[in-house]
Design a protein around this ligand. Structure first.
Ligand SMILES: *Cc1c(COP(=O)(O)O)cnc(C)c1O
Length: 413
């Protein structure tokens, strides 16, 4: 950890030393979400373009020099998180009318979402600090990733999800043996209950908005994108946004590489929400960009977050990168599921394709130009939520077992 200098508050900018059990700024309180500050001079000694090209660790831990994990922690026993594929798209690129399009498929992570990146770091920290229990509240994916990594590494997991969480995610939680609290309330109420319980019982807190080590795991997705593009990043990177921790991490990942001289620019970041729940898009339209609590009315459950827990990092990602906020309807999200599946063979959950829907809308609105290059992040697998997948694609026709019936069915047309 000698490369970690300390914390910097995202509100007051004050810096103070690293204490592993600190989650927020002592001066700004709850809203004072923290950045972790690295000694880039030290990092440069071990992490350069050359060392990356030679690094054969095909997991997110290839970037551990830029992660707040003790050098003594053995990560080889963890689930294999990260180094997900970056696909070059030809069909969807042409259909959308772009110069180049890449799809980062984070649905292939061990519990099938990008959240594994944060949960891996959280579980490492909990073990380093001697906890036997880790806890979080989540719309579903943070929960299942936390429970999966905890199961693998022998930690207990106490998980809070709102009762609307899709069955696929609940099934994962049951299989991973989490102590599962399905809360009869919305995500906001779920979060509050988890907070009170974590305070009372003293478990390790994996809540992504609050714990600053979470975005340090999520930022590895941006680092992989940069490496997979041979350090020539695209003009834009598009990401769906709920609490704001993921998009915040995406910016931090590119920023770290920029500060180290590994990339020479930071992509413009497109933050995408559903019109059914888009507090960031609403805030973008008012002076001061103040967020207002919003009802949670989108089928993209992973980004149905009315009170985002990490607003500062999310807004910084978009504004500091000269990016844009955009909202798309739930119908656009459902049709993007088919667009991505049929053109590219990538099956993504609703929140997972929201970025793709956002790129399409941004092209239509002239925000992204046809001579530009784009990376979209698919943040979670479609198998998590088959009910909405079937809503998007329709139910199959049942065919009688004869060639005649097959011919008449029209399926082969
Ligand atoms: C959590 C999640 C997001 C959004 O991440 P936030 O950190 O909440 O903004 C997007 N897509 C999927 C599939 C997710 O699970």
């Amino acid at each position: 950890m000698k490369r970690v200098l300390g914390y910097r508050c995202t509100i007051c900018g004050k810096e103070f030393p690293f204490e592993p059990e600190r989650y927020t700024c002592p001066h700004c309180g709850e809203k004072g979400i923290l950045d972790i500050v690295y000694d880039y001079g030290e990092v440069k000694k071990v992490l350069t373009r050359e060392t990356l090209v030679q690094n054969r660790d095909n997991s997110m831990w290839r970037y551990r020099a830029l992660m707040p994990v003790a050098d003594t922690t053995d990560v080889s026993r963890f689930l294999r998180i990260g180094w997900s594929p970056l696909y070059e798209s030809k069909k969807l690129r042409d259909e959308l009318g772009l110069k180049a399009l890449y799809i980062k498929d984070d649905g292939i992570n061990p519990t099938a979402s990008l959240k594994d990146r944060a949960s891996g770091v959280a579980v490492a920290k909990a073990i380093e600090l001697g906890y036997d229990t880790i806890s979080c509240s989540s719309t579903g994916n943070a929960a299942s990733s936390c429970a999966g990594s905890a199961a693998r590494m022998g930690l207990k997991a106490v998980i809070f999800v709102p009762k609307r969480a899709p069955q696929g995610k609940v099934a994962q939680l049951m299989i991973f043996g989490a102590r599962l609290v399905v809360v009869d309330g919305d995500y906001e109420q779920t979060f509050e209950l988890s907070r009170a319980a974590i305070d009372k019982y003293g478990w390790y807190n994996r809540n992504a908005g609050i714990n600053p080590v979470m975005s340090e795991g999520k930022k590895t997705v941006a680092m992989e994108i940069a490496e997979q593009l041979h350090f020539n990043v695209t003009d834009w990177v598009a990401c769906s946004v709920g609490d704001g921790c993921t998009i915040g991490g995406v910016y931090t990942g590119f920023k770290d590489l920029y500060e180290l001289g590994i990339i020479d620019r930071i992509p413009r970041i497109l933050g995408v929400q559903s019109t059914g729940c888009c507090p960031f898009v609403n805030a973008d339209k008012v002076p001061g960009h103040e967020l207002v609590p919003t009802p949670e009315e989108t089928l993209a459950d992973s980004i149905s977050v009315g009170v985002p827990r990490n607003p500062k990092k999310a807004q910084r990602a978009v504004y500091a990168s000269d990016g844009r906020w955009i909202a798309v309807s739930d119908e656009d999200i459902l049709s993007a599921m088919c667009l991505l599946g049929r053109n590219e063979g990538v099956f993504s959950e609703p929140a997972g394709v929201t970025a793709t829907a956002g790129v399409k809308a941004a092209i239509a609105q002239g925000i992204i130009k046809s001579n530009e290059t784009v990376t979209v992040i698919s943040t979670g697998s479609g198998l998590k939520d088959t009910a909405n997948a079937l809503r998007a694609a329709g139910k199959p026709y049942i065919c009688a077992p004869s060639l005649d019936a097959l011919e008449k069915s029209g399926i082969l047309k």
